[in-house]
Design a protein around this ligand. Structure first.
Ligand SMILES: [Co+2]
Length: 237
């Protein structure tokens, strides 16, 4: 189809009619079709799993933190056996779909912040993320820009998110992988005395659970983070 035809059809600006498929997508389709053919799972299992993952939200992670702030016994459980603690907020890492395909990323660690220690998570290799608790990762989390720079210049990168930490706060960056996932347990902010679990959960945004923001009274959404295209992008991005 020529550009003129596209404009005539209302697409305009020469936008392609079909999105270009990447090498990774080709690989995913090939692997998936092979696995279905070999009977490892069915196409229906795959559909249900995909839909299950797509509807996950950070709400479970927010609830997890609010409970840990309010209940010292739950907080201890969260640190000692986070998988068990997750079940108390309705998240079962071992059976995410209910059709017997256990999740293989079952080593979860909750990173407890203190007034002098701050954690932030990354997956330098790809985009591993505690999805059962937080849902799909934000786009910036998957960018090479974030993955490369947060480990080298954490203080500067956090400042780009609007999080300026004093020099006496140590920053620890934890690198996730296919077997090991992390979630940050931030410090409960001042001004929340007497708050209910619901009120507390509301200020624990996704960004707080990744460690690029701190919970703050009155802030219940993530700051907008446009992803700027690189001027000279690396090949493949
Ligand atoms: Co990864």
């Amino acid at each position: 189809m020529t550009e003129a035809d596209e404009v005539a059809e209302g697409h305009g600006h020469g936008a392609p009619m079909v999105e270009k498929i990447t090498d990774f997508e080709v690989l995913e389709i090939a692997l998936r079709e092979l696995a279905i053919e070999k009977g490892l799972f069915t196409a229906e299992d795959h559909r249900r799993y995909t839909e299950h993952v797509e509807q996950l939200q950070p709400a479970a992670g927010s609830r997890f933190v609010a409970k840990a702030w309010l209940d010292p016994a739950f907080r201890q459980l969260a640190l000692d056996d986070p998988i068990a603690a997750c079940r108390e907020v309705g998240v079962d890492w071992l059976e995410p779909t209910g059709f017997g395909t256990p999740s293989d990323f079952t080593a979860l660690e909750v990173l407890e912040d203190t007034p002098t220690l701050h954690h932030v998570i990354v997956c330098t290799l790809c985009s591993c993320y505690p999805r059962p608790l937080l849902g799909m990762s934000p786009e910036w989390y998957r960018t090479p820009n974030y993955r490369r720079r947060i480990v080298r210049w954490p203080r500067q990168v956090l400042a780009e998110f609007g999080l300026y930490l004093p020099e006496d706060v140590e920053i620890r960056v934890e690198d996730s992988n296919s077997k090991h996932r992390f979630m940050v347990l931030p410090v409960r902010p001042d001004g929340t005395d007497g708050w209910t679990e619901d009120q507390l959960a509301e200020i624990v945004t996704r960004d707080c659970l990744i460690g690029v923001a701190l919970p703050k009274v009155g802030v219940t959404t993530n700051a907008a983070r446009p992803v700027h295209p690189a001027i000279r992008p690396a090949p493949g991005y």
